[in-house]
Design a protein around this ligand. Sequence first.
Ligand SMILES: [Mg+2]
Length: 239
Amino acid sequence: MKSTPHSTPADSPVKAAPVTGPTGPFTDGLRAVIFDMDGVIIDSEPLHEQAFRDVFDEMGYGQTHGVHFPDYYGRSDEALWEDFVRRHRPPQPFTALMAMKRRRLIDLIRRDQPIFEGLPDLVARLAARFPLAVASGSPHPVIDEVLAMEGLHRFFSAVVSVTDVGRPKPAPDVFLRAAELLGMAPGECCVIEDSAVGVTSARSAGMRAIAITNSLPADQLAHATRVVDTYEQIEALLL
Ligand SMILES: [Mg+2]
């Protein structure tokens, strides 16, 4: 397994590896925690694909859509629809396509409640000690639907969508905006992410980042401050 940045220097015994960050213990100076949503709060990738498939069916492209979904993991809905429109020239305007898929995704979230096991407990425990924010590439109506699950909304004092800022991840904009809303300096925030671009975004915002291997193997997340496999490990780092 690849080591993370700030791990024990090569000349130290491996067994002595402490939980340390750039400024000592991981939580030194930590005052807030910012959550990514897709892949951290909800297991949403399968639902995105199902939502597109349902809309293709409805439009009459159930067997002929020609979309290879893995090509679009971690990319925006716009990217997939742009390719679809180029291929099929459907009669619906682009904004209608975007809205159809978004509506279907919200229906599926409501039906399946795809919240990660262990996440609600982690959020409740962290909220007792830190102000929390969500910073997501999803639009507000989708974030609102997710935070309605298990009453999550009450634990988050700031919610930022990519639609609120100039540039999507890997630019730092969503995380910087979340810190600003929380009244914190970037260095006082820790981000929890599942994607490589999300970790890049958090690190370029000047924040420490914990990457959880929900979506990618650890070696693709090695630029995070820490890489973990479970929500319990996040709790152990932060509390
Ligand atoms: Mg994510």
